[in-house]
Design a protein around this ligand. Structure first.
Ligand code: NAP
Ligand code: MG
Length: 483
């Protein structure tokens, strides 16, 4: 089978620990045999980041800006313990944080749904995609532990040094706590555009929620920015795509989400998104079945699994034990990237391959073959629990079954069966003569293989004659033998 060609590379970002092992298995078994894969490779392993003083992450981000699509393996976010473990020069920031900052993107997380792994909420039939604004609010807040009575004020001084605003936050009579937080319109606008684009891309409704009844100015601004951008830039496109945008309060949103069927994008402010994405991941069944894509408002896409490097499994792997680590979210990171690449390059074959690989993965699980994490939560009667490698092989088998299914020609099957069923060579000669004008090269080859003979190369007629004379020879021997 000829491999699918690619015109533009995908930015491939390798990672750490168990997911790095899965990465290679997926690439070699599920992609390379089918796609003439073009990637620009960046090794984002913790060692490579340390060696390059984190430059490799920035290079990868710039490559995504150049090519538009990236796929990333999970990576270790360094901390003190990791510094000791890997003997690192420095504790560099999380690669995801760097990529997000450089691409100005929003992260969308969606569960992969398979029959037999049921969400805890029975009404959920379709995935719910969470979009989290990943800038500011309490994550960039300044806070203070008040130890004594006193007045807290909020002051804004403009660039020319004038005091533009001063308000009392609270008159403390005794100890307490205090916090000041911020956000910026540029970031809220990017977030809004990424959400509208993603909803259009995936043809799903978009919900956005905040608490503007209480936080009239702060959350009110988020609501207003979304509304304005929607009215000016997206309203018509949404109508054409037959999808809707709607805003509601966060508490109302949660009530609606729980009662919904799923199948929409739920955009949340930073903290709400942090909390709700874990709720959604757990409620859909497993973190190992969550996909994640970073969408920038400039049209760059970076796909990955939502889970980490699965360190505990890697420790077992290093001891030489086989692990049953779930590769599904990482497979879907690849298919997401391949599909997007196909879409950008108008490469239908590549897009179709991404669909086929996803279907094969889902079909394999639905046939009862799965990794341990899923076997433990499935409703299926007797799931077959596989190690990662065997599971990937099972997916490959499903995929091959699908891709290589040849349309069966009933006449061809009939002729082959008659020929093979014939006990005497004399009968076989009759069959050859009977179907003489129906025989194809493929049939002649099959007959030759079944007889253990080699027929001459050349035209169909020549090959037929060659086969016929072989069978005649055998028939003669058969007659002699019978005497
Ligand atoms: P994790 O890798 O997500 O794994 C936590 C636990 O969840 C695992 O021990 C395992 O549970 C289960 N799990 C997660 N993914 C699984 C899979 N594919 N198949 C089967 N089980 C899976 O989180 P972590 O162990 O806390 O973090 C490890 C490293 O990943 C950290 O250094 C962290 O910085 C990094 N991290 C990276 C990213 C990213 O690159 N996007 C995201 C999160 C974390 P059992 O042990 O019960 O089997
Ligand atoms: Mg969280």
């Amino acid at each position: 089978m000829e491999k699918i060609k690619m015109t533009t590379p995908i930015v491939e970002m390798d990672g750490d620990e168990m997911t790095r092992i899965l990465w290679k298995l997926i690439r070699e078994n599920l992609i390379e045999p089918y796609v003439d894969l073009k990637t620009e490779y960046y090794d984002l392993s913790i060692q490579s980041r340390d060696e390059t003083d984190d430059q490799i992450v920035k290079d990868a981000a710039n490559a995504i800006k150049k090519y538009g699509v990236g796929v990333k393996c999970a990576t270790i976010t360094a901390n003190k313990a990791r510094q000791v473990e890997y003997n690192l020069k420095n504790i560099f920031p999380s690669p995801n944080g760097t990529l997000r900052a450089m691409l100005d993107g929003t992260v969308f997380r969606a569960p992969i749904i398979v029959k037999g792994i049921e969400p805890y909420i029975p009404t959920w039939k379709k995935p719910i995609t969470i979009a989290r604004h990943a800038y500011g609010d309490i994550y960039k807040a300044v806070d203070y532990k008040v130890e004594e009575a006193g007045k807290a004020e909020i002051v804004f001084t403009n660039e020319s040094g004038e005091e533009a605003m001063r308000k009392t936050v609270f008159d403390y009579k005794g100890p307490g706590v205090l916090m000041g937080m911020h956000n910026v319109n540029a970031s809220i606008e990017s977030f809004a555009r990424s959400c509208f684009n993603y909803a259009l891309d995936t043809k799903q409704d978009l919900w956005f929620c905040a608490k503007d009844t209480i936080s009239k100015i702060y959350d009110g601004e988020f609501k207003a920015v979304f509304e304005e951008i929607f009215e000016k830039e997206y309203k018509e496109k949404f109508e054409e795509a037959n999808i809707t945008y709607f805003y509601t309060l966060i508490d109302d949103a949660i009530a609606r989400v729980v009662k919904s069927e799923g199948g929409f994008v739920w955009a949340c402010k930073n903290y709400d998104g942090d909390v709700m994405s874990d709720m959604i991941a757990t409620a859909f069944g497993s973190l190992a079945m969550m996909t994640s894509v970073l969408v920038s408002p400039y049209g760059y896409y970076e796909y990955e699994a939502a889970h980490g490097t699965v360190q505990r499994h890697y420790q077992n792997y290093l001891k030489g034990e086989k692990t049953s680590t779930n590769p599904v979210a990482t497979i879907f990171a690849w298919t997401g990237a391949l599909r997007k690449r196909g879409e950008m390059d108008s490469n239908n074959e590549l897009m179709a391959f991404a669909d086929r690989l996803e279907n094969a993965t889902i079909k394999t699980i639905e046939s009862g073959k799965m990794t341990k994490d899923l076997a433990l939560i499935t409703k299926m009667e007797r799931p077959e629990m596989l190690y990662s490698e065997e599971f990937i092989q099972a997916i490959k088998n499903t995929l091959d079954g699908k891709i290589e299914t040849v349309e069966e020609d009933p006449l061809e099957t009939k002729i082959i069966n008659e020929f093979l069923d014939a006990k005497l060579y004399k009968e076989k000669i009759d069959i050859l003569n009977k179907y003489k004008d129906k025989l194809t090269d493929k049939l002649i080859t099959s007959f030759a293989v079944s007889l253990d003979v080699v027929v001459d190369e050349g035209s169909l007629d020549k090959r037929f004659e060659s086969l016929q004379s072989c069978v005649e020879q055998m028939a003669k021997f058969e007659t002699t033998g019978l005497r």
